[in-house]
Design a binder for this molecule. Structure first.
Ligand code: C2E
Ligand code: CA
Ligand code: CA
Ligand code: CA
Length: 278
């Protein structure tokens, strides 16, 4: 029995070890990757459910690692978040999004671009000032930038979150609650923050067609969110039936593979050009 226990312990230990090695390698590679072209952004459009036309974009980070191939954000962002490199990462994402926004504006296209914000960013006292400094380098309206923040982040420290989000909101930034419904907070709680948008988590979208309870929950959430003046975005829509039902339940906009997977800048420009001057 003791031998079995030791075996188990060593298995867990070696698992932890490989995980640690992976994290160590990731982090030492990440430093350079941010500046050598391995890391870049893809953008996924947000679609108006009534017109089925694009009304916004979300920037999503990608990493083409030379030996580990494509590493998903879920595999490296949690590690990066444990270090100070998360600040450089978010600032770089912001910069790249502003550059793309500028490129679009020059072509006569104006759609808000959303970027994802980490806990460590929000609770860093220099965050707002550093972001403002970057924004000033570009001639872009803050209303064309949306910050996506999960409800879990807000709940960690509501007082500080409110202060910093108020600064961004007063400047004119849009603020979205990402993955809404996953973190057990209520809209009543969310209402104290200067929010413009609620993004309904894919967890609900996935089961909406087959689960009547989910339909009730989503309907109630949408009704209340709209009464509070928020735009409701449905995440992860993969089929027409789901899009239609979400529209019927009152959802205003959606993202998902049905409409478009995250794509590079050139493909997006071609895509967005189809909708110009219509
Ligand atoms: P998220 O912010 O909830 O982003 C949505 C994720 O769902 C993206 O995965 C997107 O590609 C994926 N998705 C979109 N439509 C569909 C669909 O119809 N079906 C399915 N199954 N998935 C869909 P991705 O790009 O792998 O990003 C995963 C997470 O990594 C993001 O979740 C976000 O939390 C984080 N992330 C991505 N980019 C950044 C970034 O620049 N900064 C930070 N801090 N986090 C990021
Ligand atoms: Ca997001
Ligand atoms: Ca999300
Ligand atoms: Ca998510």
């Amino acid at each position: 029995r003791e031998a079995k226990k030791n075996h188990l312990a060593s298995m867990i230990y070696s698992d932890l070890n490989t995980q640690k090695e992976f994290e160590y390698e990731i982090l030492s590679d990440f430093k350079n990757a941010l500046n050598n072209g391995q890391i870049y952004l893809m953008y996924q459009p947000k679609i108006d459910l009534k017109t089925r036309k694009p009304i916004g974009l979300e920037a999503l980070i990608r990493w083409n690692h030379p030996t580990k191939k494509q590493i998903k954000p879920d595999q490296f962002i949690p590690s990066v978040e444990n270090t100070n490199m998360i600040h450089e990462m978010t600032e770089t994402v912001f910069r790249w999004s502003l550059e793309f926004q500028k490129k679009l504006n020059d072509k006569g296209i104006e759609l808000p671009i959303s970027i994802n914000i980490s806990t460590k960013n929000l609770y860093n006292k220099d965050f707002y000032n550093r972001m403002s400094k970057i924004l000033k380098e570009y001639n872009i309206k803050p209303s064309l930038i949306e910050l996506e923040i999960t409800e879990t982040i807000l709940m960690e420290n509501p007082e500080d979150s409110k202060l910093i989000l108020d600064s961004f909101s007063n400047e004119g930034y849009r603020i979205a609650i990402d993955d809404f419904g996953k973190g057990y907070s209520s809209l009543d709680y969310i209402a104290q923050f200067p929010i413009t948008t609620i993004k309904v988590d894919r967890f609900f979208t996935k089961q909406i067609l087959i689960n009547p309870t989910t339909q009730h929950i989503v309907k109630a959430t949408i009704d209340l969110a709209k009464q509070l003046g928020y735009e409701v975005v449905i995440e992860g829509v993969e089929d027409v039936e789901t899009a239609d039902l979400m529209q019927k339940l009152g959802g205003q906009s959606a993202q998902g593979y049905l409409f478009m997977r995250p794509r590079g800048e050139d493909e997006l420009i071609t895509y967005l050009n189809q909708y110009r001057d219509e």
